[in-house]
Design a protein around this ligand. Structure first.
Ligand code: B12
Ligand code: SF4
Ligand code: SF4
Length: 313
């Protein structure tokens, strides 16, 4: 006869998550995650730009039980990727910190699956569903409900000790686990992130208009950058961290213990002069296994041309 309880299982899951290298783990009860339809309001305003997949998967994003029927628990994991920026050389652009090392989807897949298997083994015929970024799951909303941290005015999930330099991942499971209490917002009267955003993309506290966001234009978008926005990109070559660098909760961020997330040579501040002569094959080789591949060859050449113009090079 098993003596395990939802409380004891939750404790065991958290211990295993730590042993697998995750820096934080929280648990929530599965169910509708967006009762006020914030995602619907965001989509209705067109803030998702051309990321139509956000709209197409809306019902799934708002209720994870549609993805895993019978799910009763949602385990949220956070992995710290903070590393100090290597010294900048002249004629370089800046890459967002999350993309300096190995692609996090690949780096976290194995430990996430191992934790899911561990959870499934807690009962008979138990099932789970894992997601890192690409699944139809509102990861930050789950992280807030599972007490991993709160969603700041910059929309980032902020952990009270680690700050917001975190990758999130989620496991939904049919196993009953004792939930944590939802986190409480701690931004107070601060507006540093909104003031620091170079393009005014944070249109209200907790509301980001991707059509104005440098991260969207330099990573996700395949189109041209609107002429009125490009000068505000400054030297951001891939992604943007301005709204996180401004956040006081990131001042004491500790360095990641995961070697996968340390900066690869030349990936934090790539030179600007190399892009015109670089072939597509060279690009694929140099950035193999890096999140930078997401922007594709043509996207990086587009971004480099903007940064060069901004620096009058
Ligand atoms: C689409 C997307 C983007 C888009 C849109 C960003 C956005 N704010 O929505 C773009 C391309 C711009 C983007 C950029 C970045 N992203 Co992104 N992105 C996503 C993705 C795939 C979906 C996010 C989503 O659902 N957006 C829709 C809105 C409605 O959701 P939300 O902002 O999360 O809103 C919730 C909370 O803010 C909260 N909330 C509280 N108050 C309010 C008020 C209102 C009115 C609303 C609408 C919401 C709200 O409730 C909302 C949901 O219920 C997630 C992965 C995932 N599956 O969740 C990663 C994710 C959010 N991204 C991530 C990262 C790292 C980034 C970048 C830092 C990368 C970079 N530097 O270039 C930037 C940061 C920009 C920023 N300030 O958010 C991480 C964030 C980790 C963290 N600590 O929060 C995630 C979780 C990926 C991961 N698995 O780690 N991203
Ligand atoms: S990532 Fe950059 S452009 Fe996007 S909201 Fe943050 S500061 Fe603004
Ligand atoms: S900068 Fe200030 S308002 Fe913005 S997320 Fe951080 S604490 Fe919140």
């Amino acid at each position: 006869m098993t003596t395990s309880t939802p409380e004891s299982r939750a404790t065991e899951v958290k211990a295993r998550a730590a042993a697998l290298g995750f820096d934080a783990c929280g648990i929530a009860e599965a169910g509708p995650i967006d009762p006020d339809d914030r995602l619907g309001q965001w989509l209705a305003q067109g803030y998702h730009a051309d990321m139509d997949w956000m709209d197409a998967t809306r019902p799934l994003r708002q209720d994870i039980r549609l993805k895993l029927p019978g799910a009763c628990s949602v385990v949220v994991l956070a992995a710290n990727y903070y590393a100090p920026r290597p010294e900048c050389q002249p004629h370089t652009g800046r890459v967002s910190r999350y993309a300096w090392g190995r692609d996090y989807h690949n780096a976290l897949r194995k430990p996430l699956r191992a934790l899911a298997a561990y959870i499934e083994e807690m009962g008979e015929a138990e099932k789970s569903y894992c997601c890192i970024d690409t699944g139809p799951v509102l990861e930050r909303a789950w992280a807030e409900r599972a007490s991993v941290g709160w969603t700041g005015k910059n929309t980032m999930l902020i952990h009270p000790e680690m700050g917001s330099w975190l990758f999130l991942s989620v496991i939904a499971a049919t196993v009953e686990l004792s939930p944590d209490a939802p986190a409480i917002g701690r931004c107070g009267t601060c507006t540093a992130c909104m003031d620091a955003c170079p393009t005014g993309a944070i249109v209200a506290p907790g509301v980001l208009d991707a059509r104005r966001c440098i991260a969207y234009h330099t990573v996700e978008s395949r189109g041209d950058v609107p002429e009125d926005l490009a000068p505000a990109f400054g030297d951001w070559l891939f992604g943007c961290d301005a709204c996180q660098e401004a956040c006081p909760w990131n001042r004491k961020a500790a360095e990641t213990s995961n070697a996968d997330f340390r900066p690869r040579q030349g990936h934090a501040n790539p030179g600007l002069d190399q892009w015109e002569s670089m072939s597509e094959e060279e690009f694929k080789e140099r950035f193999a296994g890096s999140p930078i591949r997401r922007a594709r060859y043509t996207g990086m050449r587009r971004n480099a041309a903007i940064v060069k113009k901004n620096n009058s090079l």
